[in-house]
Design a protein around this ligand. Structure first.
Ligand code: MG
Length: 338
């Protein structure tokens, strides 16, 4: 197996503002594995606030001794061994996981949704994300999101009610809210959620900081809306302890090291009675199409990451009338644009 990787910068269509940061690009590392004339593609997308960079990804990818790896079909041997090379580096690990899944699927001549036994027509609608902004910009972005059935809005600052009001000026579509840990007072968080609940909001993602687990459990007892863990849920080992604190989890390939672990997290969450949302970073259609292979298994998807960038390198899963459409191509379902 040959491994190649190169840095790539994802250029965002709009500056992306969250409760804690704002940026116009996302650093990424693109990965290719090749054997028997078949190339598998992978990607690490690394928003800076998560601590990985093109330098850390290159350093991690250089650690993998590809000559020592067994048959590349043995993902259950290879991926835990790569995970054990160093703690952290979830996006770099995801890039390898995605590339190997793509390669194996192409060798089998089947997309992963078929290898997992899933019905592609059950892929959910995806929400379209609107960052924190001034009311005029929010109204404009909401109009641009006309094709989407669900609007996801980033809250967690002082203008939360104005953001929701601006969207409601334009549309009565369901809204999902991501507070990105922005509410630190549980009483205020509860009042905010009660206000949202009568304005067509479906659920609230990560209302409070991950360290405030007891406050979040208090909030969940009283909240009229389901609470979904994002920053509180990174990997498989986090999931069991979230029962009783949240109603569901958000899974992202870049947090959990890729498709293998994401699949396991979905199964565990289901066994624990937790809802599942599949999310993303700003990513090309490589990582988005990989995640989309799992989407028939989840309750909600937030897989708009490739729509938020100007320089997508791949054609893959599409969003058609707001719904994820999985191409009938092998592997993760992508072709490189030329
Ligand atoms: Mg989130």
């Amino acid at each position: 197996m040959k491994l190649r990787f190169y840095p790539y910068t994802l250029e965002l269509r709009h500056a992306f503002t969250l409760a804690t940061s704002s940026r116009t690009s996302t650093p990424a590392m693109m990965v290719e594995v090749e054997r028997d004339g078949v190339i598998g593609y992978g990607e690490a997308a690394m928003p800076p606030y998560l601590g990985e960079s093109q330098e850390t990804a290159a350093a991690f990818l250089s650690k993998v001794d590809w000559d020592k790896l067994p048959d590349p079909f043995q993902l259950e041997e290879i991926l835990p061994a790569i995970d054990a090379l160093a703690p952290g580096h979830p996006a770099a690990k995801a890039a390898i996981d995605i590339a190997l899944h793509d390669w194996v699927g192409k060798k089998c001549g089947a997309p992963w949704f078929r290898l997992w036994g899933l019905d592609a027509t059950k892929a959910p609608v995806t929400s379209f994300t609107i960052g924190i902004d001034l009311p005029d910009v929010v109204r404009q972005k909401t109009r641009e999101a006309e094709a989407y059935k669900i609007i996801k809005v980033k809250l967690g600052r002082e203008n939360d009610r104005a953001m929701i009001a601006a969207i409601r000026d334009v549309t009565d579509k369901p809204i999902t809210v991501d507070a990105n840990q922005g509410w630190t007072q549980r009483d205020e968080a509860l009042r905010m959620i009660e206000w949202l609940a009568v304005r067509g909001v479906l659920f609230v993602e990560q209302p409070m900081p991950r360290a405030q687990r007891a406050d979040t459990a208090w909030l969940r007892e009283r909240s009229p809306l389901p609470l979904i863990a994002d920053e509180s849920c990174q990997r498989l080992t986090d999931v069991a302890a979230l029962r009783g604190v949240f109603d569901g989890i958000s899974i992202k390939l870049m947090k959990c090291t890729g498709l293998r672990e994401a699949h396991q997290m979905i199964l565990l969450a289901r066994a624990l009675g937790l809802k599942v949302m599949l999310g993303c970073m700003t990513e090309t259609s490589c990582a988005i199409s990989a995640a989309a292979q799992l989407s028939p298994l989840v309750d909600w998807a937030d897989l708009d990451g490739a729509l938020l960038i100007k320089n997508d390198l791949f054609d893959g899963a599409r969003i058609i009338e707001g719904k994820i459409s999985l191409p009938n191509r092998p592997g993760i379902g992508i072709v490189k644009r030329t």
